[in-house]
Each structure stands twice: as structure tokens, then as C-alpha cells.
Design a protein around this ligand. Structure first.
Ligand code: IPM
Ligand code: MG
Length: 398
């Protein structure tokens, strides 16, 4: 492996800064893609002139194996103390026993809830070179640039639940379980407000997605969205029912700008939207709350894909979702937007240059001229090779 840390040169010495990052490789392909993402972040840091100080944590299924629990309070504390958290993926068949009291996914909920990360940002853009990788007709993908904002610490995921059991009132042998979907106005208000704020820097359109024809929480959601929207007269607000939105996302995705919705709807719609980008492996995410560090918003960054245990450790995973999550980390949590742009440009360049991981490889019969099939490591190296930081031209010395 190449040594990517470089000492800063010249006047950069005075402004050399080191950020503290928590790394959670997790399970399955998590360690594969997180190693790739770290390599790209290190290369970018060396090129720009800042340092990264990593604390690696054993969390998820790996945490269950080592510590008996998916995450320990001290792991959450280490994540809170870092400037940002970088995560691969957690979960896998080894820990899938539904009757088990410990599950890898508990780590995600402990982090989201424990760090107050109430907003999950999932941008979906389409690289022109990957249009053929999507099952949608090319003309439907033109102009697609949307941002899904999923509420992340409320709703069904955090509501009280009862596991399956037989109740005295039910027929013998039948079982019952329940989940609840609670939302308070303040929980809705803060995530919807973020949607409006972010829409201002984009195409100024917010689609609030709910199921107000059925759910009481959705009717509250809609009322709060209207109230918040009154403070943003320059931003257009639409309401859409989640079932209709699911249809519109594949029928006319370019019509959307910012979508904001509750936890489970956002989980489902963002996987659906990933199909537009050609592969789930392409998409990054940022989870943020309202806590700021000295450098930016505190947050957790991870690809939206899962742990894909079938391809773990085989140099097959697409690292781009994680690498683009690293760019979001630089922009949102470290205030290093030039570095973020450099990573995004390098990713765009590797696609232009024809590098494709297995998930992006054309289906049998598709055109492969000009394309190179690569694994995780070669894709990562190709991106590292294309990191270029644009510096202002040095002033002429008199
Ligand atoms: C996601 C994932 C998780 C979720 C799972 C792994 C619990 O699907 O981050 O979208 O449902 O939130
Ligand atoms: Mg999901």
C-alpha cells in the first residue's frame, strides 16, 4: 500500500490542522469499502494539507462477536467526541436470528438516536456514463438531481413495540405483534426546516411525503410542513402521498428537487431512487443533527447499501458510495468543500474513463467498448490517482 500521508510544505505548516474521525468498518463489505474510503480521504487530506486522526471502533456484528453487544456506550461516546463518524455497513446472516436480543442494526439506532442525528441526507444524481446501467429509459433520467431527506430518529423505528406473543383475547395458537409510529411537532419541524434551507441552495422545491389520508402522524406532518413553509415564501412546497410518490419517482424523477419524509418512508423511497443512479453502490449518505463542532455539523457518513455478505472480502464491492460519503463528510463536518469537490470530480472522472465495478458492468449483450472491469482496490486507486486540488495561482514575486 502506498504511503499517502505527506507532511505539509511551506506556509501550510502554520495552518496545518488535524481532524478527529471515528471509523466503523462493521461487517460484510463494510471493511472493504471503508478501507477504500479512508484511502481516498487520506490522499485528499495530503493533497490539501490537513491531517486525519482515526479511532477505529468494533461495532455491529463484529461488536457482538468481540464484546457481546452491537455497540457499547463508550463507542457512542467516542463517536460523539470525534468531528465525524465514517461507517461501512453492519449486519449479516451470522447475526440474523430473529429471536436474538442482540442484533447488529442496534448499533445504527444507538448512533442515530445517541448522537441526535435526526436528518439523513441521500442525494441522487446520475452520471451520464451510467445511464445505461439503470433499467429506466434514458430520457427519463435526464436532469435527475434529487435530495431525499429522511427523518432518522423518530417514527416506527423508535416507537414502542411488542414482539410476537399470543394474547389472551386471540384464538389459541395465533400470535400478535405491534409497532407504533409516534411523531411530535418539534421532531417534524426541525427536519422539514432543514429541507427548506437546503432547497434554497438548489432548485427551491420541497416535496413533503406522507400518508395523510390514513395516518394521524402524517396529518400532523403536513400541517407542520405548511407552517414551516410559510417562513420560506421563495421555496415551493408540494405534498405527496407516499404511494403516489413511489410511482412518480420512476415515472418522472426529474420533477423532484428536495423530498422530505418520515423514517420508514424515507428508507423505502431512497432504495427505490437508487435504481435511477444505476446501482445502490453509487449512493452516499450523511446523517446530521443540530450539534456543531468547531469545524461544522457533527455527523455520520455511510453508503446507503448494506453489508452484502455474499461479496465481502472478495474485492468486488463498489466503493463509490462510501467514497462519495467521505466527500459529504469533508463538506458538512470538516468545512473542507474544496476537498469534497476534488473527490466528486475524481469519481466523475473514473466513470468517464470507463472504470466499472461488477455492479456497474453492462448486462450480457450490452456495449463494453472503452470500459475496464475493476475490483474495489483498482477502482479506489483510479480515484486516488485523479485527486487534483486546484490551488489559486501563486502571486507573481516582484
Ligand atoms: C438504511 C438501512 C437500515 C435502516 C437497516 C440496516 C436497519 O436499510 O440505513 O437505510 O433501515 O435504516
Ligand atoms: Mg435502507
Amino acid at each position: 500500500m502506498t504511503e499517502l500521508r505527506a507532511e505539509p510544505a511551506g506556509d501550510a505548516l502554520t495552518s496545518w490542522r488535524t481532524y478527529r474521525l471515528a471509523a466503523i468498518p462493521g461487517d460484510g463489505v463494510g471493511p472493504d469499502v471503508l478501507a477504500a474510503g479512508r484511502l481516498v480521504l487520506e490522499a485528499t487530506a495530503a493533497a490539501v494539507g490537513f491531517g486525519l486522526d482515526w479511532t477505529e471502533l468494533v461495532v455491529g456484528g463484529a461488536g457482538i462477536d468481540v464484546h457481546g453487544v452491537a455497540i457499547r456506550p463508550e463507542d457512542v461516546a467516542a463517536c460523539a467526541a470525534a468531528d465525524a463518524v465514517y461507517l461501512g455497513a453492519v449486519g449479516g446472516p451470522k447475526w440474523d436470528d430473529p429471536s436474538s436480543a442482540v442484533r447488529p442494526e442496534q448499533a445504527l439506532f444507538a448512533l442515530r438516536g445517541g448522537l441526535g442525528l435526526f436528518a439523513n441526507l441521500r442525494p441522487v444524481t446520475i452520471h451520464p456514463g451510467l445511464v445505461a446501467a439503470s433499467p429506466l429509459r434514458p430520457e427519463l433520467l435526464e436532469g435527475v438531481d434529487l435530495l431525499i431527506i429522511r427523518e432518522l430518529t423518530g417514527g416506527l423505528y423508535f416507537g414502542s413495540r411488542t414482539e410476537a406473543s399470543s394474547s389472551p383475547s386471540s384464538p389459541p395458537g395465533s400470535r400478535q405483534a405491534s409497532d407504533t409510529l409516534p411523531y411530535s411537532d418539534t421532531e417534524i419541524e426541525r427536519v422539514v426546516r432543514l429541507a427548506f434551507e437546503l432547497a434554497r441552495g438548489r432548485r427551491s422545491k420541497v416535496t413533503s411525503v406522507d400518508k395523510a389520508n390514513v395516518l394521524a402522524t402524517s396529518r400532523l406532518w403536513r400541517r407542520v410542513a405548511v407552517e414551516v413553509g410559510a417562513g420560506f415564501p421563495d421555496v415551493q412546497l408540494n405534498h405527496q402521498l407516499v404511494d403516489s410518490c413511489a410511482m412518480q419517482l420512476v415515472k418522472w424523477p426529474a420533477a423532484f428537487d428536495v423530498l422530505v419524509t418520515e423514517n420508514l418512508f424515507g428508507d423505502i423511497l431512497s432504495d427505490e431512487a437508487s435504481v435511477l443512479a444505476g446501482s445502490l453502490g453509487m449512493l452516499p449518505s450523511a446523517s446530521v443533527g443540530s450539534r456543531r463542532t468547531a469545524h461544522g455539523l457533527h455527523g455520520l457518513y455511510e453508503p446507503i447499501h448494506g453489508s452484502a455478505p455474499d461479496i465481502a472480502g472478495r474485492d468486488l464491492a463498489n466503493p463509490i458510495g462510501t467514497i462519495l460519503s467521505g466527500a459529504m463528510l469533508l463538506r458538512w463536518s470538516l468545512g473542507q468543500s474544496d476537498a469534497a469537490v476534488a473527490i466528486e470530480a475524481a469519481v466523475s472522472q473514473v466513470i468517464d474513463d470507463g472504470f466499472r465495478t461488477a455492479d456497474l458492468w453492462p448486462a450480457a449483450g450490452g456495449a463494453t467498448a472503452g470500459l475496464t472491469r475493476v475490483g474495489t482496490a483498482a477502482m479506489t486507486q483510479a480515484i486516488v490517482d485523479r485527486i487534483a486540488i486546484r490551488r489559486p495561482a501563486p502571486e507573481a514575486v516582484a
